[in-house]
Design a protein around this ligand. Sequence first.
Ligand code: NCD
Length: 301
Amino acid sequence: MPAVVMQRLAHVLTASQFDRESTDALLDRASQLHGIRDDVLAGKIMATLFYEPSTRTRLSFEAAMLRRGGGVISAEDASQTSSAVKGETLEDTVRVVGTYADLIVLRHPTVGASQQAAAVSPVPLINAGDGSGEHPTQALLDIYTIRRELGGLDGRHIVLCGDLRFSRTVHSLVTLASLFDIRFSLVSTPELTMPPEMVASLRDTGAKVTETADINDVIRDCDVLYPTRVQTERTDVKYDANFVVNKALMQRLPDSAIVMSPLPRREEIDTEIDDDPRVAYFRQAANGVPVRMALLESLLT
Ligand code: NCD
C-alpha cells in the first residue's frame, strides 16, 4: 500500500478520515485480492470485540484475516459473555485486549464508543458500527461495489430510502460517496429523515441532495437504489410500505441500475426480486472480504 494510506489510518473510526486518493488506493488494492490466500499477515492477531449482533461484518473481517495468514480471537457476544457483564468499562477491556492482539475490530451500541476506545487502545482499532453513528468499512465496501458494478462513481445518482435517521451504513456511505461527483436522493417518512446537520454538511461538499417522501419522484434515473431496514433496536417507527422494493417497483427502475443493501433485510426488500440481475446485495456482501483484506494489510504491514 502507498505509505500515505498506512500513515493516515492508525485507527479507522469514521468515513470522513478517507480522501479520494486513499479510498481509490485501498479499493484498487482490494480488486487484486479476490480469491487470494497468502501469508502477508502471518503472526498477527486480530481481536473482534462485538457488543451488538453481526453476521457479515464480523465473519468477513475474520475470513479476511485468515486469508492473509493471520489469526483471530473473538468476543462475539461481548455484552453477554465478556467482563462487561461484571461492570468492566469499555476502556479497560480495550486496554487489555490490545495487549493480546495487534488490531481490534469493535462493534458497540453507543455512538462514539469507537472514538472512546481508540483513545486508550494500544493497537489500531476499527469501528465496525457504533450505534446509529457510523460504519466506515461498510461504506468502503459499498463504494467498491458501485465501482465494480457500474464502472465508476462520478455522475451517479444514488437513491437511499428507509431509515436514514438511525442507519449507520447510510451515514458513512454518504460521507464517503461525497468525495465523488454524486447526486443523492434521500427518501423517507418524516420520522426517519437523515439528521439535518448531516444533510447540511453533505450539501456543503457541493453534492446535489434531494429530500422526498415519494420514491417515484426519483427512481426513474436512479443508478443505485439503497433501501435500509428500520433499525428496530433504536426505534419503533414502521417501514413505509411505499418503499418496499418489489417486482412492481423494479419495473420502474432503469435496466442499468443496481439494488444494494448492507443486509440484513427485513420487509424492505421482497425476496421475489432476488433473481433480478440488477440485485447486487449478495455480491456486495461478498466484496466485504477483499476490501477488509486490503484494509488489514494497510493497517498491519
Ligand atoms: C448493518 C449494520 O450492522 O449496521 N449491517 C452490516 O454491517 N452489514 C446494517 C443493519 O444492521 O441494518
